[in-house]
Design a protein around this ligand. Sequence first.
Ligand SMILES: [Zn+2]
Ligand SMILES: [Zn+2]
Length: 373
Amino acid sequence: MKRVILLSMLATIAGTATAQTWEENLEKGAATTEQNHLNVPFVKPDNWRSPYTTPGNWPTFENRGPLDRSPPDSKSKVLVMGSGDPTPNPFRYGPALAVIVNGYPYFVDCGEGWWRALAHAVLTQDALDLNSVFALPNLKYLFLTHLHEDHTVGLPSFISNPYKFYAGGDKKVFGPEGVDEMIRHINAAWSIDRHEMAQGSIVRDPAGSTAVGIPVWPGTTTDGQRIFEDDNVLVEAFPTQHGFLEHTYAYRFTAKSDGRVFAFGGDGTYSEGLAAAAKDADILFVEGITRKNIRYATWGGDTEEEKVRVIGAYHMFPERLKRVYDESGVKNIVMVHVQNYNYPENFDRLGVLQEMIDEGIENILLAQDGDLY
Ligand SMILES: [Zn+2]
Ligand SMILES: [Zn+2]
């Protein structure tokens, strides 16, 4: 008897609550659609020092949608798919870019969510027919600046996800020594999925579901090394300096369509190789990190001194980017993979950009996912 009453009470409460919430939610959704990309409502966290809650992840970043910042008549463009870093920033996908020449894409780095980031870009840019550019058979060439997890974790998806929709050709993934082994392991790890898809299919060729890893010659110097060339682009690799990794590279793309030159620094601090890769280039896509507020970094030790030493071995403080800028003579810098640590009350979403400008770097922009350059 008691149980029956309780159940019927619950049913009434649940029924009423659901009906009200549903209608309220419909109204609320219509009113806040414009704000939804800023993740409103936002609950300010008490603990702001975790990877989830660091102020750099708050919905206080540059308040704009993706922009086409490329010269309208250029036959080469760069698409920023993911401008994020290892922190789980809900507004930035992991590091992933693409050079587009004569309507054909060449990918640089393959961070978390690249495949969704690509769809986001296709759905938010009308400057180019990105839907045709990124037709599934065109997802073929990828260049990895280094093998850190945040730049490579999208690899299984790069190899397997397009295959779920098309029997494409094998992919070629260029990168530092060890990339061949990494790709072999990924091919092996997803073999159950691959074989299941191929079985009983009349359209899928299992040969189209894997990739080949092609290592850049480890003896590559600051003179650069030609690693790829076709009718659209010439790609050269230059050694960079990033923590304790033995081999990391910047890539210099020369577009044969219009002569534009794009350099991609990946992660790292100042290096002669990076300056050489960006020599007189049209754009250098590069990381940046706050020096002013480095004491608020969520990693790298307990004291400011220790953080400067540890984090400085990995990343690009403003004075070092100024050196790359001066030595390379690069025309424009576009920052991605920005680490904007700060105290919540003083948080400035454009803080790192301002530090770079204060350092004397002109023509510098902060990228957002979906931007074209
Ligand atoms: Zn990184
Ligand atoms: Zn890295």
